[in-house]
Design a protein around this ligand. Structure first.
Ligand code: DX5
Ligand code: ZN
Length: 234
């Protein structure tokens, strides 16, 4: 649990300078780059896809060492996009179970393409989807806003849900010895990241909290440092 990860969402970055923006947050201490794919169908917004992922791939590295591109798919059909993101150099692909006709098949497809697989839970989506797929998961991503936009407020009912997901992960780990990461996305800020970590999350997506940070407060490194500094040590 010591191993926390901060994953800035480039949804809030300056899209005219994305390469520089990912470089800047990695230099500022980011662990992963969170890449939000929206299709104006599954969610009411339209963003970026595999072509942009491929263009960014060489920039998602620090001192020559590649960093993780964490793709959050909010698009249908899911399966159609999976091989494209593999070719584009994505490391993790997470999708919403409601967006896939066959969740188990999509998880297999992501693994077959050589990537890690995650399932994403909207605020009103029950964790029951986890019942039969734990051994096929690398990441569980709990949404603490309704997907579609950056800059929304954290929905408090995400906290007990994170705790419930953590319990499932621990139970599974005891039986299998395998680790599943618990990621949280939406409204993560300096003033709530400690509570989110206490509930059991280890990986924190932060869009506006990082890319919206004023220069006067130390810019990206100030923001990432403040998020990390607020995390409990135990
Ligand atoms: C919302 C996206 C998030 C978003 C988070 O649908 O999945 O990744 O960018 O932005 P903040 O941190 O501003 O809530
Ligand atoms: Zn996201």
């Amino acid at each position: 649990m010591q191993n926390y990860r901060i994953a800035p969402s480039i949804l809030s970055a300056d899209f005219s300078r994305l390469g520089e923006e990912v470089q800047a947050v990695l230099r500022a201490g980011a662990d992963w780059i969170h890449f939000d794919v929206m299709d104006n169908h599954y969610v009411p917004n339209l963003t970026i896809g595999p072509l942009v992922c491929e263009a960014l791939r060489p920039h998602v590295a620090l001192d020559g060492k590649p960093a993780i591109i964490d793709v959050h798919l909010m698009a249908t059909p899911v399966d159609r996009l999976v091989p494209d993101f593999a070719r584009a150099g994505a490391d993790i692909v997470s999708f919403h179970p409601e967006a896939s006709q066959h969740v188990d098949r999509t998880l297999s497809l992501i693994h077959d393409e050589g990537m890690k697989a995650g399932l994403v839970f909207n605020p009103a989506t029950p964790l029951d989807y986890l019942d039969h797929v734990m051994d096929r998961l690398d990441v569980i991503l709990i949404m603490s806003v309704n997907p579609g936009f950056g800059g929304q407020s954290f929905i408090a009912s995400a906290l007990p849900k994170i705790a419930a997901a953590r319990q499932r992960i621990e139970r599974y780990r005891e039986g299998s010895g395998r680790e599943i990461l618990l990621e949280v996305d939406g409204g993560v800020k300096v003033d709530n990241i400690a509570a989110i970590a206490q509930a059991g999350a280890c990986t924190f997506v932060a869009g506006s909290a990082v890319f919206g940070a004023p220069d006067a407060d130390g810019g990206y490194s100030g923001a990432i440092g403040a998020l990390r500094g607020a995390l409990p040590r135990h």
